[in-house]
Design a protein around this ligand. Structure first.
Ligand SMILES: [Zn+2]
Length: 592
């Protein structure tokens, strides 16, 4: 028997629904009316690594014709945008990190359209990272001419993954890495750009690729411009390198920028295949291009300079890889390999290999775990104690909390903030009220001397958090609906699986049906004693069924539509009763 709730729903039922499904992040009823002013962590007034401070000069906002017919936008966001004045249109390479950043650049693009009498006909995404793709809708919707969007075959899927199961933690750690909530005084830069224009109020506007690069190497004409596009795994597996044949210009994407490469990103990334990265750079060297325009930092002119810099770059990566593996095979521990690794002097001195972004030691650790996983090989690491137990034993070893505090003060006095941080973290784990401030002071001391912008930003943001600052989660409902089109509907249900309150359903077996239309897709979510299993099709034993068009469901999930309204209007219907639906949904944790 089917029961459809349309406009007839009484207030009481709505209230129950709102209260119930509001518990789960999909259907969250926080205020979604106004954009608030950006929140900043308090100023920490730290010192700055001199190299990092000097770096900022290269990130000034500018839109320049860097060579005939090639325009470079820097300083509008984290990444550069390259615009090629091609015979039959303007070709944009990358689109910044969101609507705000893209709107900052839009007047320049409009002026260029006017000046050249051409519209943007093509956009090329060099890879999936947000700072390259999330502003695209701003440029495509500003003109009548349709825009072709070129991308690697895997780029769209990887963009969709960004909103996937790891979004809460990746957002949090990215905000630390990019220092997005640091005050203007504290945020010097982000190593390969001035800032990442992303915060809790940011909106992204992603346009799905329309032209897919499936082959390793393709020679083609885009807007009358001859170019070679090569799949060039490196910073990401979906990286595209471009070579403008008639101009002899290389666009290396993010496989080259003026900083030690981010072989590992501390915001949290899977292993990056560093040898594939080396191969990709070797491919670039072989082109012998006379100009190179990266998607971060400044262009390089002259075949000899480009060859030297690319050669040093690939050598630095290979060196870190090979010497790490050498240490691994000797049975050395990750800390000792990473700590002992120094680039050869000629590479360490190169201005384009300074550790403003990636760091050699972080790269080495990533290579270790990329090959061998989390276990160091030392049996003492096989069954580590919980943080709580270890903290208690450390305090005992120190002779009590007061003695541990004394040790922390001494460590700070003799300028060992890393050790002070370790001890203060144990103290904090034990619940001591003085610990947070001790942690904050150690974190600030580490941030002040840190050469890597990402490291500095992470330390300082963490210091602000120790002092009580809370990083706000993004207001996803601000995102235009169009950006959600490509996200597969099942990935929303996968979010449920990783939010199951397993400890509360160890004895429960219950199934709920999800029946989507436009396009038709049917799923059953079955809770089976601690695991939520996603099955395709509608099972006969579902206790209820949610019916909705996919677009409506996605809009509700993004908090763009109020579910109670969708229910009242009939866009969303719930068979089997709202109470059962709510009872099913409360088994899942609310996501931020
Ligand atoms: Zn980038």
């Amino acid at each position: 028997m089917k029961r459809f709730f349309r406009g007839l729903l009484c207030g009481i039922v709505l209230t129950v629904l709102v209260a119930g499904i509001g518990l789960y992040g999909f259907f969250n009823f926080t205020a979604q009316n106004d954009v608030q002013t950006k929140i900043f962590a308090p100023v920490l007034s730290p010192e700055v690594h001199p190299g990092l401070e000097a770096l900022s000069a290269g990130f000034e906002r500018s839109f320049e014709e860097v060579m005939p017919g090639i325009y470079l936008a820097t300083g509008y966001g984290l990444a550069n945008v390259v615009v090629i004045d091609a015979p039959d249109g303007l070709v944009m390479v990358d689109t910044l990190e969101g609507i705000e950043a893209a709107e900052g650049l839009l007047p320049e693009i409009r002026a260029l359209r006017k000046q050249t009498g051409k519209d943007v006909t093509d956009i090329i995404y060099t890879h999936n990272h947000g700072d390259h793709v999330f502003g695209s809708g701003v440029f495509t919707s500003d003109q009548q001419t349709p825009v072709r969007i070129w991308a690697h075959e895997n780029t769209a899927n990887r963009v969709h993954d960004v909103v996937g199961v790891l979004r809460p933690i990746l957002f949090l750690r990215s905000m630390r890495q990019f220092g997005s909530f640091l005050s203007e005084e504290d945020l010097i830069n982000v190593g390969i750009g001035p800032f990442l224009l992303v915060n809790e109020n940011s909106r992204v506007y992603f346009k799905e690729p329309t032209q897919i690069i499936e082959d390793k190497v393709v020679h083609l004409q885009i807007a009358g411009e001859n170019l070679v596009i090569r799949q060039a795994e490196g910073e990401t597996p979906d990286q595209l390198m471009l070579y403008l044949t008639d101009r002899d210009v290389l666009l290396p994407a993010d496989n080259y920028y003026h900083a030690f490469p981010n072989l590992y990103a501390i915001r949290g990334t899977p292993y990056r295949d560093v040898l594939a990265w080396v191969d990709s750079i070797d491919g670039m060297i072989g082109l012998n291009a006379s100009a190179m325009i990266p998607q971060h930092s400044q262009p390089v002119f002259g075949a000899a300079a480009i060859k030297t810099q690319l050669t040093d770059y690939r050598d630095a990566i290979q060196f870190v890889h090979d010497q790490t593996v050498r240490g691994i095979n000797k049975g050395l521990m990750p800390n000792d390999i990473a700590g002992g690794l120094k680039l050869p002097p000629h590479l360490a001195a190169a201005p384009y290999l300074q550790e403003f972004y990636g760091r050699v030691d972080w790269a080495s650790r990533a290579i270790f775990s990329g090959y061998l996983g989390w276990f160091s090989g030392d049996p003492k690491d096989l069954l580590p104690l919980s943080s709580k137990r270890e903290a208690a034993l450390m305090i005992e070893l120190a002779g009590g909390r007061e003695q541990l505090k004394q040790r922390i003060a001494e460590a700070m006095q003799r300028d060992e903030p890393q050790w002070a941080l370790v001890l203060a973290t144990h103290l904090r784990t034990s619940g001591d009220p003085d610990a947070a401030e001790m942690q904050a002071l150690a974190l600030i001391a580490l941030g002040e001397r840190e050469i890597s912008a990402t490291g500095r930003n992470y330390f300082l943001t963490s210091a602000a958090e120790a002092r009580g600052f809370v990083i706000p989660q993004p207001k996803t409902w601000l995102t235009p609906q169009e950006s959600l089109v490509g996200i597969p509907i099942h990935s929303y249900l996968e979010l449920l699986q990783v939010s199951l309150k397993a400890e509360e359903v160890l004895d429960i077996e219950v199934a709920y049906c999800f029946n989507f239309s436009e396009p038709a897709e049917q799923y059953t979510m079955r809770i089976r004693r601690g695991v939520a299993v996603l099955q395709s099709g509608l099972a006969a034993d579902c206790i209820g069924t949610l019916n909705a068009p996919t677009a409506t469901f996605k809009a509700i999930a993004a908090k763009a539509i109020n579910p109670a309204m969708a229910l009242a209007s009939g866009a969303l219907t719930i068979e089997g009763g709202v109470t059962r639906f709510v009872k099913f949904m409360v088994n899942f944790e609310k996501r931020p």
